[in-house]
Design a binder for this molecule. Sequence first.
Ligand SMILES: Cc1cc2nc3c(=O)[nH]c(=O)nc-3n(C[C@H](O)[C@H](O)[C@H](O)COP(=O)(O)OP(=O)(O)OC[C@H]3O[C@@H](n4cnc5c(N)ncnc54)[C@H](O)[C@@H]3O)c2cc1C
Length: 330
Amino acid sequence: MPETRLNVAVIGAGLAGLSCGRHLQNAGCRITVFEKARGPGGRMSTRRADGWQCDHGAQYFTVRDSAFREEVARWEAAGVAAPWEPKLAVIGGGKAEPDSVVRFVGVPRMSAPAAWLAGGLAVHSGVTIDDMRHEAEGWRLRSKELGLHAERYDAVVLAVPAPQAAVLLEPLLPLTAMQSNAVAMLPSWTLMLRFAQPYKPGYDAAFINDGPLRWIARDSSKPGRAGSEVWVLQASAEWSAAHIEDDETLVKVLLLDAFAKLGGPAPEGVTAHRWRYAKAGAASSRQAVWLPAVQVGLCGDWLGGGRVEDAWLSGLALAAKVLARTPCLP
Ligand SMILES: Cc1cc2nc3c(=O)[nH]c(=O)nc-3n(C[C@H](O)[C@H](O)[C@H](O)COP(=O)(O)OP(=O)(O)OC[C@H]3O[C@@H](n4cnc5c(N)ncnc54)[C@H](O)[C@@H]3O)c2cc1C
């Protein structure tokens, strides 16, 4: 018997793609996710190496929406998320966020909720989709690693940052590509520092309102963390944009200098990460885009408000739009 379920390809295994994929799969769709990195998580990610780990993308997430609250409760029950109660400081003027803000993190690392969501899906990691084309039997994808894929899909979900969606859409849907390209995504230079001894300056994390740094945090203070003492430093979007093409050796020198001025000790080891598309500059007014005529959808934090919660909600919103127009099961 021929397959009668709606066959959907999801490009991107960040929280938006995983949320959309899980909701569509629960409704009966056949889902295949393609992810260019080695594993799922996207910007909700953790760098791991010999004896240390560090959340170098999203630092924590907050919960406002009731559907996301229920999802986070499922993550907590599964042991992949927990509240983090850092002692916060504000350096360089301004006030600390009110203590009533509940901050969650993935446990034992930020990528854990994504890995948990991906567990129930067919996710192909290490596959970079670089072209999509429509043929009589449906959508076909091409990847850098595997060339033109044989499988045909009824629908394609693009769950990647706006500029990356624009590249894939440009030859097919130039207007949608142009709209995606209009969403500015701000960069972030990030350093991960390892220390032989715990460094406890009297706070676990600080918002910085002066100089190149905007956020520093003791990653080791998050629940369930093991391994070396680790701190993360994130530069401001403005500073990162001005230094985006700089050599990482220079970036390390400049950001370590800023950390030293805050009283930070010299680390034993430093790793840098350049996020070209860290956060959406201004959120779009639409939570998700579904083009029923061509069966192509877009979701991601850039269509919501630029945070983890927005990414998950955008995936949910896209799944609802797809199902409203095209039931998964005949
Ligand atoms: C430095 C930094 C700090 C942050 N801090 C916070 C914070 O404290 N709190 C908060 O709520 N949010 C924070 N965020 C934002 C948060 O991480 C994002 O909102 C959220 O993770 C975005 O999820 P997403 O699924 O929309 O996109 P992504 O996580 O970017 O997922 C997109 C996925 O698509 C993959 N991909 C891209 N192109 C292709 C392709 N051609 N083929 C296959 N796969 C592809 C990527 O590898 C990626 O895995 C931060 C982000 C950064 C970078």
